[in-house]
Ligand binder design. Sequence first.
Ligand code: GLP
Length: 261
Amino acid sequence: MEVVIRPTEQDAAELTARFIAAGIRKKPKLVLGLATGRTMESVYERLVRMHNEEALDFSLVETFNLDEYIGLSPKHPQSYRHYMDHHLFDHVNIDPRNTNLPRGDAKDIDAECAAYEALIRERGGIGLQVLGVGRSGHIGFNEPLSAMQSRTRAKALTPETLRQNSPLFDKPGDIPRRAITMGVGTILEAKECILLAVGDEKADVIAKAVEGPVTSMISASALQLHPSCHVIVDEAAAANLQNKEYYRWIFENEPDWDEFR
Ligand code: GLP
């Protein structure tokens, strides 16, 4: 795992967007794993800008989102399908047939999860997985005690996650209690991962995920086991990290970051 600290929320989002764009330019047929949440909105805004101003080409990219609320149809304004269309897919030249999210309104949820896993495998696996992190430590919706080897499945949301995400619903009580999520094992199989976290409300969970023990109590800590995972944070989210001096040295000196400085 590698940690990069940028001064502000905007710098961290810019670096994340540029990293994703570089991945697409290197491999136009990239299989890209995507995340939702407030943090990602500014990343998608930047990718749309790069599409418009720098000809960033999504025509051959295929995407798999991490998760979807159970019970919401793709048209529901709080569904993650709606979020993705609204923030990214409708504004770039991606083929809608190449955008995949689990169907939260599937009749047979277990079959939907198995089909999603099979499709990821069929496409050769995820090349670059973009991640955020919830305050409960979740990646996707892998709430505490999610098995390290878990696959795409239904998961009950924690009260903390419900509190964090319910303000996004017109009636906060309408937030579904369950979601389909890629498993921790599914995420760990991506060839490369990039996690973005900003703001002081993420400082505690970032310290646990990055420098704490690997534990299923904090699913994001499983990323310590991943051979190629980059964690991008702003100063606020980095506040509780012990090893900041080293992380700053890495970004300033490692050749992999040359093109992004
Ligand atoms: C949701 C998503 C996660 C995301 C998290 C962070 O719960 N399922 O994939 O990482 O929220 O959200 P935010 O960026 O709004 O803090």
